[in-house]
Ligand binder design. Structure first.
Ligand code: SF4
Length: 397
């Protein structure tokens, strides 16, 4: 069976984008009980709207309830679980066996998926958590392809595997760096990503770090395009993309690339060609340096992110399509500097990238030469059909 492609979303717009571009399911966090609760933009009504939109595309919404709760955190939990069930949420992702059991008891319409934070690395542990009503296990990121094969052969539990995005330098979120440096509890929704800060290194009292390349504790991001064919043969149920904080453009490019890769392999197309095509597509996203994580070997020096903690911000993404008009013009929302005569690509769900040259641009009917006000709405002519929400970027950059 074809695996589910599971995408992250930091807000409703990104959830809809991920679904339009081919995600089978989207995971998001509410304002409480989630590891990214500080950054969440999802009120319950947004979650309900995400569910409604997802149903139009036969997709699902999962909600992270994955904090590691202390006693005082449990207040309001039952009400929240009931509300999520009422919204039509398909599953919650939890890191607490208590929450797993409670949800199965009071909100049985929702599946319970056990978070990667449980660090499940073997089939015996997976069979053990079955007693808690768990419907799916998100494997620890610290397992190899060979270990996944063993687990998958020994257990009938549906398995979810991370395929793309940031890695925790500690064991899948079991980390107190943020707690110690900022008093923000990483396991209760407050991670300050302290591993990604830049640090000066000292030997005794002498600074030994290069001031132009300060030290970062982080690992490179995960990129698993090479592993997708094997993971599909292993019968993994769900392929998960990390990045609830990522931009809509990033989500679009990554979802589009993996959607096309999974479909190509499923249809028996040449694997190498499909992987190289996906690699080229992914290079257009705002990526940090990548590695294959734990899939083939224990990560070593080549998997570490020395001296870099940000991602290459791309100026390539220049606009979103808002709407097309009967006069043939299309209104677009400007996101980056855009002069006329630029060659552009359009990313539309289900289509290959289509290109055109921007011949003219209009502000309230007046022709202009360059768009340089972000979030301004301008009109252009596009020589093929586009849809609201499509992404426009500079061609071949
Ligand atoms: S500080 Fe880094 S390693 Fe620790 S939980 Fe946050 S992201 Fe993960």
């Amino acid at each position: 069976m074809k695996p589910e492609l599971l995408a992250p979303a930091g807000d409703l717009a990104r959830a809809k984008t991920a679904i339009r571009f081919g995600a089978d399911a989207v995971y998001l966090g509410g304002k409480r009980f989630s590891l990214r609760s500080r950054a969440s933009n999802f009120e319950l009504e947004d979650i309900a709207e995400a569910v409604r939109f997802a149903k139009e595309y036969d997709a699902k919404i999962y909600v992270t309830v994955n904090m590691v709760p202390h006693d005082e955190d449990l207040q309001g939990l039952e009400v929240y679980l009931l509300a999520l069930e009422k919204c039509g949420v398909a599953a919650i992702i939890v890191a607490s066996l208590h929450i797993a059991l409670l949800s199965k008891k009071i909100a049985p319409a929702m599946e319970v998926h056990l978070s990667t934070q449980l660090s499940l690395t073997n089939s015996a542990a997976i069979e053990t958590v079955r007693r808690f009503g768990v419907d799916r296990v998100v494997l620890a990121r610290e397992v190899s392809l060979a270990q996944i094969e063993t687990i998958s052969s020994a257990s009938s539990m549906p398995l979810e595997v991370f395929i793309h995005g940031g890695m925790c330098v500690n064991l899948s979120g079991r980390c107190t760096l943020s707690n110690e440096m900022t008093l923000r509890d990483a396991n209760r929704g407050g991670c300050a990503q302290s591993c990604r800060w830049k640090y000066k290194l000292y030997r005794d009292q002498t600074e030994i770090s290069d001031p132009n390349c300060l030290f970062s504790m982080s690992s490179k991001d995960l990129l698993a395009i090479e592993e997708i064919p094997t993971l599909m043969k292993q019968g993994i149920s769900s392929f998960k993309i990390e990045g609830r904080m990522k931009s809509a453009y990033y989500i679009t490019v990554v979802v589009d690339a993996y959607r096309k890769l999974i479909d190509a392999i499923d249809q028996g197309e040449d694997e190498k060609e499909a992987i190289e095509k996906a690699r080229k597509m992914l290079m257009k996203a705002e990526n940090r340096p990548t590695s294959d994580g734990f899939f083939r070997t224990i990560p070593g020096a080549t998997h570490h992110l020395y001296g870099v903690n940000g991602e290459g911000i791309t100026q390539d993404f220049v606009a979103n399509v808002i709407e097309t008009h009967p006069n043939g013009r299309t209104s677009i929302l400007i996101r980056n500097n855009l002069p006329v005569h630029t060659e552009l690509d359009v990313l539309s769900p289900g289509n290959d990238v289509r290109s055109f040259t921007l011949e003219a641009m209009y502000r309230k009917g007046e022709a202009i030469e360059v768009a340089n006000l972000p979030m301004e709405v301008l009109d252009i002519e596009i020589p093929f059909r586009v849809e609201s929400g499509d992404f426009i970027r500079k061609k071949g950059s």
